[in-house]
Design a protein around this ligand. Structure first.
Ligand SMILES: NC(=O)c1ccc[n+]([C@@H]2O[C@H](COP(=O)([O-])OP(=O)(O)OC[C@H]3O[C@@H](n4cnc5c(N)ncnc54)[C@H](O)[C@@H]3O)[C@@H](O)[C@H]2O)c1
Length: 271
């Protein structure tokens, strides 16, 4: 799908990868870009830097009411939505002892919000015969994430939902893409946002796994992948090889991940 002349929504667009996606889509000469974020101030700042084609919307993606209002505003002020980038995500919690409320929030942001957005958009896109749904999952959704079970689990679910959408609607005019980067230099990985960030060992495991890309490099890969019609978009080329190794010898792959975990974890056991 080409984004030129269309209307795109990017969630989590006030920071990091979402911000870079919104700016990159603007360069593709989209007719309109909705810059949506829980943090209305950062959404407004990104929209202002893009210019008159951008519309800032404060939106909690876990709220169906907010998503409905976002799509209504987008349609009224910019026109029908052609592409939806379900990018907002959180890296929260640690392990099986993490409180239920944190697990629930990880599922709400990283998985359920994509389901809600698709529920609202797919019927419109089936009527129009076209649409593009892009999920920012993670390499953690294909492999794992050391130190953050809720992240590893919900990102697998995000990949599974994107796959399912593609299988179900891919031959009815709806393009689905799944963006799965490893490390990207954003507040989430750097730990300098003061909000949802990875703990030190988790972030260190990501840094050891491969090069940390800039959000702009990830956005470039995303746009190239979408325009080329790819489902799986891997800004880090080595991820496909890691994924192959996991599939071809699961036990060996698990042993390698355990070695990486012990290398990055603090020396004292957590409990
Ligand atoms: N940074 C990485 O290394 C990395 C790697 C792979 C995948 N990802 C994924 O990329 C996506 C973007 O992450 P990032 O690294 O740019 O992080 P980031 O923290 O820089 O940006 C995330 C944005 O999402 C917004 N957000 C959080 N909860 C929200 C909600 N309920 N509703 C609306 N907006 C919400 C935040 O306000 C923030 O602006 C996430 O899905 C993340 O899991 C990140």
């Amino acid at each position: 799908m080409r984004l030129a002349g269309g209307v795109a929504v990017v969630t989590g667009a006030g920071s990091g990868i979402g911000r870079a996606l919104a700016m990159r889509i603007a360069r593709e000469r989209a007719a309109g870009i909705v810059v949506a974020d829980l943090d209305g101030g950062s959404a407004r700042a990104v929209a202002a830097s893009i210019g008159p084609t951008a519309l800032a919307v404060q939106c909690d993606v876990t709220s169906e009411e907010d998503l409905r209002a976002l799509l209504a505003r987008a349609e009224t002020e910019l026109g029908p939505v052609d592409a939806f980038f379900a990018n907002a995500g959180v890296a929260i919690g640690a392990d099986e002892q993490t409180p239920e409320a944190v697990w629930d929030r990880a599922f709400a942001v990283n998985v359920r919000s994509h389901v809600t957005a698709a529920r609202l958009l797919i019927p419109r896109w089936l009527d129009r015969g076209r649409g593009c749904f892009v999920v920012t999952a993670s390499a953690a959704g294909l492999l794992t994430q050391i130190g953050i079970a809720p992240y590893a689990v919900t990102k697998h679910a995000a990949v599974a939902f994107a796959e399912w959408l593609s299988v179900t609607y891919g031959d009815r005019g709806i393009q689905v893409a799944c963006l799965c980067p490893m490390g990207v230099d954003t507040p989430m990985l750097r730990g300098d946002s003061g909000g949802d960030v990875m703990d030190h060992a988790a972030a260190e495991s990501v840094r050891r796994a491969g090069e940390v890309l800039t959000p702009e490099e990830v956005a470039d890969a995303a746009i190239a992948g979408i325009e080329g019609g790819s489902f799986l978009i891997l800004p880090h080329a080595e991820v496909i090889e890691f994924f192959r190794r996991k599939a071809s010898d699961y036990d060996r792959w698990l042993a390698g991940m355990r070695r990486l975990r012990t290398a990055v974890e603090p020396p004292e056991p957590r409990r």
